[in-house]
Design a binder for this molecule. Structure first.
Ligand SMILES: Cc1cc2nc3c(=O)[nH]c(=O)nc-3n(C[C@H](O)[C@H](O)[C@H](O)COP(=O)(O)OP(=O)(O)OC[C@H]3O[C@@H](n4cnc5c(N)ncnc54)[C@H](O)[C@@H]3O)c2cc1C
Length: 468
């Protein structure tokens, strides 16, 4: 039985969103923390220059940011998105599918770099966190309690540690060492679809060329394009497509193929991006996978957090939100077991693994919903009915998307409830083509059998972030 820090320095490997957040939580428990981050400091020089890449921040990510006191800084750089703006091929009108019926049911576009920079600044401001940039952990020796650290010139040094927090992302080195030591397992399954990020520029006069307060989707069945606004007026746009076959990345090699594909599939987007082909050829293609890990810790010496423990596909916009929610959970378990780190780590995995599994599954399912479902009249009717039932019975019904994005109930509970609700929606819409045909008396009887929804975490800002 050891307390954290008793056996040597506390090291955090990787200063992405989860590592930076974890170091703040650890510092708040009074610990000194040494962080190693492979990349240069994004806040200095032009390491952070280039494309703006953003992601969607939702309630589960907001809660820990409120908890560690940085939400106002983050709030100032977010752009609210109230729903999905659907770009149907061949249609001139755009259709907004609102996310919810309540003002707080919006998600927030935020720059990865700027969010990470806020967390790094807050970590350093604690006075307990030292961040070593350009230093990569390359090996873990549990017997000697030593990490090998490689510097920018390839030089290596030993770093003694008592406990290492592995927040080194989906390709985690710490994970391999932990699983080698504890006999656990990992199962990484590639999606078979890749992604490429592009930029839709700001208007020449400044401002946005599309509505910034929506998540834009061009659903095309097997593939899709999405776009989220950045404060500078540009949009980060991502193509998700199969890596092989028609409409896949292997068919998008020559300038001609790329131009023809975008002009045919996404003509409104292509018209706004003059250097589309150049961008497509210059920007890397990223791979997508789900990694399920069993054995998140080794004794009191190491624990995995964020993508290192649970990497999921990005279609629910939850990977970082999940990671940050998990870091807060780990903080809770460490505080509950101050004299026994090993017990805290085991309790953390027991608590969070079912939730990581549930959101991993829901994220995969949401890809089909985004690229095809949103165009399916049956899906649209069920979604409309779910929102209407939420309006009539807010204490018992919330659409699945909303239980994931705007609630703080465990993901596993959201999944179970969503499955029950899906059966109810299927029953009520069977043979119907419009919401006017639904029998709301029968609906009320079915809904009354559902358990009341759990309340929101008190830090969840039910009023939402400011709508700037
Ligand atoms: C296309 C795409 C879109 C996404 N959109 C969203 C979204 O909208 N919302 C959302 O919540 N999530 C989204 N995600 C997921 C999100 O990006 C990740 O879940 C999140 O970045 C995980 O944070 P992390 O800190 O665990 O890992 P990372 O962000 O990967 O950070 C790991 C850090 O560790 C460093 N590192 C790596 N190896 C070492 C080492 N050996 N030694 C030292 N340092 C090391 C890296 O340089 C990096 O800084 C998306 C992911 C993708 C691919």
């Amino acid at each position: 039985m050891t307390a954290l820090g008793e056996n040597g320095p506390i090291v955090v490997a990787g200063a992405g969103p989860t590592g930076a957040l974890a170091s703040i939580y650890l510092a708040r428990q009074g610990h000194d923390v040494v962080v190693f981050e492979a990349r240069p400091d994004m806040r200095r020089g032009d390491a952070g220059a280039g494309r703006s890449i953003n992601l969607a921040l939702a309630t589960r990510g907001i809660v820990p940011l409120v908890d560690v006191g940085v939400i106002d800084q983050v709030d100032a750089i977010t752009i609210p998105m109230r729903g999905r703006m659907i770009h149907v091929l061949g249609a001139t009108d755009l259709a907004l599918q609102p996310y919810g019926i309540n003002p707080n049911e919006v998600i927030h576009s935020v720059s990865r770099r700027d969010l990470n920079a806020i967390l790094l600044g807050a970590a350093e401001a604690t006075g307990n966190v030292t961040i070593n940039f350009g230093r990569q952990v390359t090996a873990v020796d549990f017997a000697r309690s030593v990490l090998t650290i490689e510097g920018p010139g390839g030089e290596t040094a030993d770093q003694p540690f008592g406990t290492v927090f592995g927040s080194d992302g989906a390709g985690s080195v710490i994970r391999d060492a932990v699983l080698g030591a504890n006999g656990g397992s990992q199962n990484a399954v590639r999606l078979g679809h890749d992604y490429k990020e592009l930029t839709l520029p700001a208007a020449t006069s400044g401002g946005f060329l599309m509505d910034p307060n929506a998540l834009h989707i061009w659903p095309r069945g097997e593939f899709m394009l999405i776009a989220l606004a950045n404060p500078g007026g540009d949009f980060t746009v991502t193509l998700f497509a199969p890596n092989e076959g028609a409409g896949g990345f292997e068919d998008l090699q020559t300038s001609d193929q790329i131009a023809r594909f975008f002009n045919a599939q996404f003509p409104d987007f292509a018209a706004l991006v003059p250097d589309l082909v150049e961008q497509f050829q210059a920007n890397p293609t990223g791979r997508l996978a789900t990694t399920r890990v069993s054995g998140w810790s080794h004794r009191d010496q190491a624990v995995l957090i964020g993508d290192a423990a649970h990497a999921i596909v990005p279609f629910h916009g939850q990977g970082m939100n999940l990671g940050m929610e998990s870091v807060r959970s780990l903080d809770k378990h460490l505080r509950a077991n101050p004299q026994n780190v090993e017990t805290a780590f085991a309790a953390f995995e027991k608590d969070r693994k079912p939730d990581a599994e549930a959101i991993a599954d829901m994220a995969l399912e949401n890809y089909v919903e985004m690229r095809a479902g949103v165009l399916d009249p049956d899906y649209v009717l069920k979604r409309e009915l779910a929102l209407e039932l939420e309006r009539r019975h807010p204490e018992r019904v919330s659409p699945r998307y909303n239980m994931v994005m705007f609630a703080t109930m465990p993901y596993s509970m959201a999944r179970t409830r969503a499955n029950t609700q899906a059966e109810l929606l299927a029953t009520l819409t069977n043979g119907k083509t419009s919401i006017g045909e639904v029998d709301f008396q029968a609906a009320a009887a079915l809904v009354s059998k559902l358990d009341p929804l759990p309340g929101l975490d008190p830090l969840a800002r039910p009023e939402g972030l400011s709508i700037s």
